[in-house]
Unconditional design. Structure first.
Length: 443
């Protein structure tokens, strides 16, 4: 799809990466990729559906090139898809690092809703690897972009073994990365899924997968970006008369008479003296002991509710002297790049339909227009591919089994292949050879 802005409420079809500033006259095509786009109330800061020419918009990093550990990207719709013409970029080499980025006109999300969305598909049945993307600020040497490059926002799925299958939402403030404190499970199948992060000026957020909200809350409470507003009073101490025992021994409870006389073990009443037991030789027979069912252990008075119980003591909360509110906790003043850097044990992750805008409704419509339009066909194509793979594996297993049976039939222990194990064929061949030699001598 080709996009460019014509006016605030109208749209010209020009370029899929075209992010044009609203203007009365369309921008020249060559400038479209370096601008902004407004569609009705939506401002699109960046959008790429990876049509032809994507390599002009994206910069492949040289990170890990010297170590020969940099993986290559492929422009493809994948092994199974809902539309072969709907292409993205896919990792192609196992055990490799991947790093790629695209620049857009710098902007601030102050007083704006920020929407970051993309689709990702793990065709390789991912065991360990990421599928996340990043927004970067300031000036970045894109050729050197890599795992150590500072970023502003990191968002997307991450899978590694059984323990890590989650959606990352990481914000960087003052050089420190802050991870979300809530768990957001990610999708783990081999189909395309759309991940959407929405950050609002009121410091609330939402995370969506396939246009369904999976988590939401406040930037104040779900990240430790700012110190807490309240802290426990470090000077407070528990009063000496504070009774925090919930239960106490019953002062009215008395130990029964004879309780301490009850033995812990008693002779087994069912035991019988062996018939061959000789008291003179073996000594006097005594029955073995067993636990006494009447024995209850050392006596303890029963417990009752403490009438003076005040609950567990807690230090009172006071204002945190280190807390300083930040009304711009959601703001990133100089966002300028979208990027991804990954380590993949197995390659096959495919990114597509990357969007940075200020309108959740536009993001939703884009997801429906792309992923939503093709998801059923993609699933059918995947199921057909799986069916074919299983049939090929079954056929291969059957072929191997037949070959093994043939090998067993041709090997009977004496090497003559007649299955009798007596080596007659070998002896017969030797006799014939001897006869031929004699006949030659006679001639």
């Amino acid at each position: 799809m080709l996009l460019a802005a014509h006016s605030k409420h109208s749209l010209l079809l020009l370029s899929s990466s075209a992010m044009a500033i609203p203007t009365k006259n369309p921008l020249p095509l060559g400038l479209v990729g370096l601008s902004l786009l407004s569609i009705a109330s939506a401002t699109i800061f960046f959008e790429d559906r990876f049509d032809d020419g994507w390599e002009k918009r994206w910069v492949k990093s040289e990170w890990k090139n010297d170590e020969k550990m940099a993986g290559e990207w492929n422009h493809t719709s994948g092994k199974w898809n809902g539309d072969p013409n709907d292409k993205g970029i896919q990792t192609t080499e196992d055990y490799r690092f991947y790093a790629i980025s695209a620049e857009f006109p710098e902007f601030s999300n102050k007083d704006k809703t920020l929407v970051f969305q993309f689709s990702v598909k793990h065709e390789q049945k991912l065991d360990c690897g990421g599928g996340y993307m990043k927004l970067l600020s300031g000036d970045v040497d894109q050729k050197k972009f890599g795992g150590e490059t500072p970023y502003s926002i990191m968002f997307g799925p991450d899978i590694c073994g059984y323990s890590t299958k989650k959606v990352h939402v990481i914000f960087t403030r003052n050089g420190k990365n802050h991870l979300i404190k809530k768990d957001i499970p990610c999708e783990t199948d081999q189909l395309t899924h759309v991940y959407t992060l929405i950050i609002r000026p009121d410091a609330t957020y939402s995370v969506l997968i396939d246009n369904n909200e999976k988590q939401s809350g406040s930037l104040y409470s779900d990240w430790d970006i700012l110190p807490p507003k309240k802290i426990k009073d470090p000077e407070a101490k528990k009063p000496e008369d504070w009774d925090d025992k919930e239960y106490i021994p019953d002062p009215e409870d008395k130990k029964p008479e004879g309780y301490d006389d009850i033995p812990k073990e008693i002779p087994d009443p069912d035991a019988k003296k062996p018939e061959d037991w000789d008291d003179e030789e073996d000594g006097e027979w005594t029955a073995p002991t067993i636990p006494n069912p009447e024995y209850k252990g050392p006596w303890k008075p029963k417990q009752i509710k403490n009438p003076n119980y005040k609950g567990k003591w807690k230090a009172p909360m006071i204002d945190n002297p280190d807390f300083k509110d930040d009304g711009d906790i959601y703001v990133y003043p100089d966002l300028k790049y979208v990027a991804t850097e990954l380590w993949q044990v197995k390659s096959g992750t495919l990114f597509d339909n990357i969007l940075v805008c200020d309108d959740p409704e536009y993001a939703k419509s884009l997801a429906e227009e792309t992923w939503g339009k093709h998801k059923d066909a993609e699933k059918a194509a995947f199921e057909e591919a799986e069916k074919k793979r299983e049939e090929e594996e079954s056929s291969k297993d059957a072929s191997i089994s037949d070959d093994e049976e043939d090998d067993e039939a041709n090997t009977d222990g004496d090497g003559d292949g007649d299955g009798d194990g007596d080596g007659d064929d070998d002896e017969e061949a030797e006799a014939n050879e001897s006869s031929d030699d004699n006949a030659h001598d006679e001639l």
